[in-house]
Design a protein around this ligand. Structure first.
Ligand code: 5AD
Ligand code: SF4
Length: 480
């Protein structure tokens, strides 16, 4: 728990400071939840379901922290009285899934008088979505967006107080509210937001519209949080932002991402530092330098390429060419030879020809990625690409997608195998899903390894001999 709970009484005036104000509403919501539990004759339960990226996963931890604080207990989605969907809208199918899941909740709500449904996250920042929800999903209780999740307790209190649906969507914000509760999924590792929003406007991407303008957290707030986490037993942090390489540009006293990393490196107790996502156009030589010197920054870089065709990259508004990307990869590899590189690739961007697609296959072969997330282009209303001509027919895109996936998987299996018969430091993360006599851990380069061991290894860094490569993961054993 990341708690700085000020002493607040409901008979006081509502505090002006935003953090304190939210603790006031946490108190208030706790009172309502207590009453509702009494009338139900049992504790009320919640479930937060996350769609989408690591940013959303981190936001969900904040929602869980608040729900715990106000007296809800965690349960499975099937059992929960309060179900919250933290939504994603980066591709159309993410939206479709949310509507499907909502439909399933409706009959449950009719039967359970204590049931509440909350919707938040990126999808709620789209006005058409909120209109549709108002029109056809009247049973949803609370709707809010990405800019005001810190107000969750206040919105819950308001829902209880008025007995009516609460909708609160902000267009944008420059506010960053620190020190609210959160409930981490893992005891030994944690995501840490270092910045919010995105200013890049890649022409296919809806994120800048739903997450707002780029703003960085103050370095001191980040360091304080990481020090608290380290004291709490966290050994690995994942620094989160849509474009971490442009960290610090908007601060009153600007600082670079590389400088921030150097400061984080000095926090005692933190053994591993990860970050995502990097934009190739902003990845500096200073960062490469810091990575090559560091003992804590993991040997893994997620560097979305999106396409191998310079012509398409330009239409995507990515601000680099195929050659510049390859040159960057060379510079990174010369400085950090054993680094693992992963990427995101979109197939079927408007106007993509077979020649453009061949360029994508070519860059994949040249870089030899350790793994790649491949996506079929999804048309997002309001983005420049949605209005472009020559949208590629579905069957052509599917065929390209399959060919790309095949290439990516063949290469990934090959690059994974190079670690065979080495001993690597592994952070043990969990008991193995398939075999309770084994545990699962992660290498610095992000590969997974299963090895015989028990739950007391969880959260510990141990040397593991990588005995057998299984394509995308290893089987191993503890080394002496
Ligand atoms: N269609 C398909 N993929 C997309 N991404 C972002 N927007 C779209 C879209 N409209 C992918 C990009 C990005 C990843 C998070 O999602 O590859 O890096
Ligand atoms: Fe979207 Fe581009 Fe921003 Fe990434 S950098 S969130 S792809 S606009």
């Amino acid at each position: 728990m990341n708690m700085m709970n000020p002493d607040i009484s409901l008979s006081d005036e509502i505090p002006a400071d935003e953090t304190q104000r939210q603790y006031y509403y946490i108190e208030k919501a706790r009172m309502y939840v207590q009453r509702a539990s009494l009338s139900a004759g049992r504790p009320l339960t919640f479930c937060v379901t996350t769609f989408g990226c690591q940013m959303n996963a981190r936001d969900s931890e904040k929602l869980r922290g608040i729900l715990r604080e106000i007296g809800y207990m965690e349960a499975s989605e099937e059992q929960a009285d309060f179900v919250i969907f933290n939504t994603c809208t980066v591709r159309e199918n993410a939206n479709t899934r949310v509507y499907g899941r909502l439909g399933q909740l409706k009959p449950r709500k009719k039967k359970n008088p204590h049931m509440m449904i909350g919707l938040c996250g990126c999808m709620m920042q789209e006005p058409e979505v909120v209109e549709k929800l108002k029109r056809s999903y009247g049973f949803v209780d609370i709707i809010f967006g990405t800019h005001n999740i810190f107000k969750f307790a206040e919105l819950i209190a308001m829902r209880y107080e008025t007995g009516r649906r609460v909708i609160d969507i902000w267009k944008d914000t420059d506010q960053i509210v620190e020190n609210l509760p959160n409930q981490r999924k893992y005891s030994f590792k944690s995501g840490v937001n270092i910045m919010f929003g995105c200013n890049n406007f890649c022409s296919y991407c809806i994120v800048p519209y739903v997450r707002g303008r780029e703003r960085s957290r103050e370095p001191q707030a980040i360091l304080d949080e990481i020090k608290r986490l380290a004291k709490d037993g966290v050994v690995e942090v994942m620094l989160l932002g849509q474009n971490v390489n442009s960290y610090g540009k908007t601060l009153e006293h600007p600082m670079t991402f590389a400088q921030l990393l150097t400061e984080i490196e000095s926090v005692e107790g933190i053994e591993r530092i990860r970050f995502m996502t990097s934009h190739p156009k902003d990845l500096s030589d200073e960062l490469i330098e810091v990575m090559s010197r560091s003992h804590k920054i993991c040997k893994h870089l997620h560097l979305p390429v999106q396409s191998g065709s310079s012509r398409i990259l330009q239409k995507m508004n990515r601000h680099y060419t195929k050659e510049q990307y390859l040159d960057l990869v060379n510079r990174i590899r010369s400085a950090v030879p054993d680094i693992s590189l992963t990427t995101d690739i979109i197939v079927g961007f408007p106007g993509e020809t077979e020649e453009d697609f061949q360029e994508t296959l070519d860059i994949v072969r040249k870089v030899q990625y350790d793994s790649a997330f491949t996506f079929i282009y999804s048309k997002r209303t309001g983005t420049p690409a949605a209005a472009m001509e020559n949208q590629v027919p579905e069957d052509v895109v599917k065929d390209r997608f399959n060919r790309l996936l095949n290439e990516v998987q063949t290469i990934a299996a090959k690059t994974c195998a190079v670690h065979q018969d080495t001993v690597q430091t592994v952070l043990t993360e969990s008991v193995c899903d398939h075999d309770a006599s084994m545990v699962t851990g992660r290498l610095s380069n992000n590969l997974l390894v299963h090895f015989p061991g028990s739950a007391d290894l969880i959260g510990k860094l141990v040397p593991v001999y990588l005995a057998e490569c299984k394509g995308f993961y290893y089987l191993g054993r503890l080394a002496e």
